[in-house]
Design a protein around this ligand. Structure first.
Ligand code: 5AD
Length: 351
């Protein structure tokens, strides 16, 4: 195990068999060493900075039916909402006043927001606040649509691959195609977006071999951002009675992702904070360097329930900012409210 960790640290790569062996033999001391290596690698690329992104969850309406997700179209108990353009703008305005210069617009796959209408929202934000970075996270669309949004001023796109196992992917996503998912990610990269991929940990049927596939997939794709978090069963989905992922398993995968893709922007996800009151702080110490406080209006926060008991659903945006900032500083890191571009955008990444 020590040799595998040393090899990973030096070369940022392991074979599939080596990853499986490492995952099967990690001792508590081995984990500590892994987290230390990941923290050091993050430090070399981004120092002590933790980048803040204001998250606007603007619609929970979704045409997809992902088995794990509380927003799946077959969940009649989800209380659906859509924010108007003006409501989205006022979330951004509030975030901007709080100092954020990086925003994520996320929603279910809601085609009421058309190629043109979302482009118009992006343009409004960019003309009012040219200095901010806009990240979209709205699912699978056509290449022409991705191109139009990029031209309107979107800088980044989050589209987790969810799992790099075709079989697991197609079981969990009825009617969706693994190839199309991968195609979307490569199209987004080619257009020029900073791209975010990522996966859930603890999915039903997921083994160490699947997780090894995820790391190697990410290593091939070289995304600028990587979202990793535990699967949390939602009671109104077909996976209600499955067991879900743990913070511990997710920390290991976050640290491994940091070592496989050393320059990635890696969020300490809300799902981590939901399972463990200090889950996000633990993620930062295991190599994560981004947090995404929620800016959505209080009235809709609880409705954006990918899973239940999500943290921060009752907090004002300003409270959220101060709460998370305190936690970051107390963990020994520094808040960065800037655009938080990937190192390749601002200059060459460190070797
Ligand atoms: N538990 C954890 N993460 C989830 N996501 C969706 N549903 C769940 C769940 N039940 C994740 C998916 C998606 C991201 C926005 O949230 O990975 O890409």
């Amino acid at each position: 195990m020590e040799q595998l960790l040393a090899k990973l640290y030096q070369t940022n790569h392991l074979t599939h068999d080596e990853i499986v062996e490492l995952l099967g033999n990690l001792t508590p001391e081995g984990k500590k060493e892994l987290f230390r290596m990941a923290d050091e690698t993050r430090q070399r690329h981004y120092g002590k900075a933790v980048f803040m992104r204001g998250l606007v969850e603007f619609s929970n309406i979704c045409k997809q039916d992902c088995l794990y997700c509380g927003l799946r179209r077959s969940n009649p108990s989800a209380d659906r909402y859509r924010l108007t353009d003006d409501e989205i703008l006022s979330c951004i305005e509030e975030g901007h006043e709080l100092g954020y210069r990086s925003f994520v617009l996320q929603s279910g796959e809601d085609f009421r927001y058309t190629d043109a209408s979302l482009a118009a929202i992006i343009r409004r934000i960019k003309s009012r606040y040219p200095e901010v970075a806009i990240t979209l996270s709205v699912g699978e669309r056509s290449e022409a649509c991705y191109q139009a949004w990029f031209e309107a001023g979107a800088d980044r796109y989050l589209l987790r691959h969810e799992t790099a196992s075709r079989e697991l992917y197609e079981t969990l996503h009825p009617g969706m195609s693994y190839d199309n998912r991968v195609q979307c990610l490569t199209t987004l990269k080619r257009i020029g977006y900073q791209v975010g991929a990522g996966f859930m940990v603890g999915l039903p049927g997921q083994t160490a071999r699947h997780l090894a596939d995820d790391l190697l997939f990410l290593h091939d794709l070289q995304p600028e951002m990587i979202g990793i978090g535990p699967f949390i069963p939602h009671s109104a989905t077909p996976l209600a009675h499955e067991s879900g992922g743990t913070v511990d398993q997710s920390l290991v995968m976050i640290a491994l992702a940091r070592l496989f893709i050393p320059d990635a922007m890696l969020p300490a996800t809300t799902a981590m904070g939901t399972l463990d009151p200090v889950g996000r702080e633990k993620a930062l110490r295991a190599g994560a360097n981004v947090v995404m406080p929620i800016l959505s209006p209080l009235a809709v926060r609880e409705k954006y329930a990918l899973y239940e008991n999500k943290i921060c659903t009752g907090d004002e945006a300003s409270h959220c900012r101060h709460c998370i900032e305190m936690r970051i500083v107390a963990s020994g890191y520094q808040i960065d409210l800037g655009r938080g571009d990937h190192c390749s955008v601002t200059g060459p990444c460190p070797a």
